[in-house]
Design a protein around this ligand. Structure first.
Ligand code: C2E
Ligand code: MG
Ligand code: MG
Length: 596
């Protein structure tokens, strides 16, 4: 076989792209591998210049190389360049050109290797270093760079930079109950919604977990920044379907505006602190940073250790807040609310330790203490015929066998099951629908009512919550605050009141602080209410039950007056009003469709 024939065979069979070029860079001949690589027929390439298929930015270098080799300046040369594939993709290639050895004919031989994969990998590495791999948003590094740049650009200007820290509410519940993939899907969707709600130039970053940060530039005022935040929060709040569950995500937001001393780091920290305040104030809300805000000073670990001791050594106490029948203002029940009588920090509210107790798995012994204590309270106050409602955490249901704990608290105190009610948050119900239905069912069979607390603030679609054995709903305080606002507050409140009564559940509206709210709540059709207007959570020794059935809340120092008198408690037969029809099942969705 001649050398020519050998070359021809190698040329055709080569897995690497090869071409014979004239000195101008036109294809005289291409092999099948090259045609495949460029996504074209060999006939399409023949006679055309290599520049016709090269990315415009790369053609000067490609043609320059051909010139140098053809002119004899160098025997061979190499460039990396992009070819244009008909699909619109770029094909990265390493192109090596050399002069033909077969003397007379002045042609060049090009070897063209596809290196697209290597380029992609390199690109990816670069992106990884700056972008969040899950959502494709900026990561902390890029956020800091952009923020520092923005702060520099704004020095001496009248407008400023705003940093918004967003944290998804109850994300852990979605993640724990529906799985990590579901959690990831939700984060990607939330990231996309945030990105779409801001201007194209604004930076949106994800710091990991469920934390997002948005940098807004050219901000004229706090109100302007808050306007953007409300666009973001309402975009986030559209329902998403995850694993067949309809979930309505909400975020808590913290806002910090840059001052001349701000650095990227201090600004993000301030926004984070404000976000923390928003969470503490009840989630799904916005707080602007103020220098008096301080993040929880104690470390989580020390709270955890102290809380263990507190449970063991009886530092926890339970206070009771009256629940009244709205038409008569009679006390029909109490809600048991735990407090921590801390030896050095004074009386601590649940917001300071419930979340930590849940993380540290201390909420099970804590909850069991409150249940026993509430039953002892009922047993020790035979004058009181109403009920006590106890808050339970999701962690207490299912694995921790809530039904058993409840049975033992009832047995120990000799209290009737119907005297005890349990409050489970809406998000708790979502989780319960997966892991712990049987626990909830045994409680229902026992005759202990369950009501949904903070209704309206959770994630779940109404139907998935209400399909659990639920006796009543407690409208979240967020909505009470908006009573009198016809556009939203009043509409939600009336819809919920109607919903509860037509499902034959009982409805409690919480957080009533003023006579005006009280009047509106009655108009809307709520049956029961709770709030500072009727009474704060009070230690049991300051509750006096009068022979006429009224309840007196004694002042802290009893010498200072008679205290607040609340009209009579329900007689035992009237507690029946707290009963409910249990057969909700099938009609529920129709009912909801009609009402909302
Ligand atoms: P929650 O169950 O929604 O309880 C209502 C909270 O609102 C109570 O706060 C109550 O003091 C407060 N509140 C009642 N009326 C008004 C009002 O008119 N205005 C205002 N501004 N607030 C009012 P608290 O006692 O700080 O409890 C906070 C949360 O801690 C409770 O919210 C509940 O989720 C949780 N919690 C309390 N005790 C326990 C417990 O024993 N176990 C568990 N797992 N959670 C508990
Ligand atoms: Mg409650
Ligand atoms: Mg509540």
């Amino acid at each position: 076989m001649t050398t020519d024939m050998l070359f021809r065979q190698a040329f055709i069979a080569s897995p690497i792209g090869m071409a014979i070029l004239d000195v101008e860079g036109r294809f005289r001949n291409v092999n099948p591998a090259l045609a495949r690589m460029l996504g074209r027929d060999a006939s399409e390439l023949q006679g055309r210049s290599i520049a016709d298929f090269t990315h415009p930015d790369d053609s000067p270098a490609a043609l320059g190389m051909i010139d140098r080799v053809a002119g004899g300046a160098v025997p061979d040369a190499q460039v990396q360049q992009r070819f244009l594939h008909p699909t619109g993709d770029n094909v990265w290639a390493r192109v090596t050109v050399s002069r033909s050895l077969s003397g007379t004919d002045r042609v060049l031989i090009a070897q063209i290797e596809d290196v697209t994969e290597t380029h992609r990998a390199k690109d990816l590495l670069q992106r990884r270093a700056m972008y969040d791999h899950l959502t494709g948003l900026a990561n902390r590094q890029l956020l800091n760079d952009r923020l520092a740049l923005a702060l520099d650009n704004h020095a001496g200007r009248t407008t400023t930079v705003a940093c918004v820290f967003l944290d998804v509410d109850h994300f852990k519940i979605v993640n724990d109950s529906l799985g990590h993939e579901a959690g990831d899907t939700m984060l990607v969707e939330i990231g996309r919604r945030i990105q779409n709600a801001v201007r194209p130039g604004d930076t949106v970053a994800r710091l990991g977990g469920d934390e997002f940060v948005v940098v807004l530039e050219n901000v004229r005022s706090r109100a302007a920044a808050e306007g953007v935040i409300s666009l973001i929060t309402s975009a986030v709040q559209a329902p998403v379907i995850v694993e067949g569950h309809e979930i309505v995500p909400t975020v808590s937001a913290g806002l910090a505006l840059a001052d001349p001393d701000s650095t990227a780091e201090t600004l993000v920290r301030a926004a984070d602190t404000a976000m923390f305040a928003a969470k503490q104030a009840g989630r799904a809300r916005v707080e602007a940073y103020h220098p008096t805000m301080h993040r929880e000073v104690m470390s989580k670990l020390s709270v955890e250790a102290e809380l263990r001791t507190a449970i063991r050594e009886g530092q926890l106490v339970v206070h009771y807040q009256p629940v009244v029948e709205l038409t008569t203002r009679r006390v029909v029940a109490f809600e048991a609310l735990v407090r921590w009588q801390h030896p050095s920090r004074g009386l601590l509210m649940p917001s300071e330790f419930i979340a930590i107790s849940e993380e540290a798995n201390l909420v099970v012994p804590l909850g069991s203490f409150v249940l026993h204590e509430a039953c002892r309270f009922l047993a020790s106050r035979p004058e009181f015929a109403g009920r006590v409602f106890v808050n339970v955490s999701t962690k207490q249901i299912g694995a921790a066998d809530l039904a058993r704990v409840v049975r033992s608290a009832l047995a120990e105190s000799g209290v009737e099951p119907a005297r005890l009610g349990l409050e489970i948050t809406e998000s708790g119900m979502l989780m319960a629908s997966h892991a712990a239905t049987s626990d909830l069912e045994s409680l229902q069979q026992l005759g202990v009512d369950m009501i949904i607390d903070d209704f309206g603030t959770g994630y779940s679609a109404l139907s998935s919550v209400l399909l659990n054995p639920v006796a009543g709903l407690k409208l979240a305080r967020e909505f009470t605050l908006r009573l009198g606002d016809r556009a939203t507050g009043d509409r939600i409140s009336t819809a919920m009141a109607t919903l509860t009564s037509s499902l034959q559940m009982y409805g409690v509206i919480e957080g009533i602080e003023t006579e005006a709210q009280y009047a509106i709540a009655r108009q809307h059709g709520w049956t029961f209410g709770q709030g500072f207007l009727f009474g704060h959570a009070t230690p049991s020794e300051r509750l006096a039950f009068e022979p006429d059935g009224s309840v007196r809340i004694l002042p802290e120092h009893s010498e200072s007056g008679p205290g607040t008198v609340l009209p009579g408690t329900f007689s035992s037969e009237r507690t029946g009003a707290f009963g409910f029809s249990q057969d909700l099942g099938d009609d529920l969705d129709d009912e909801l469709a009609r009402l909302l």
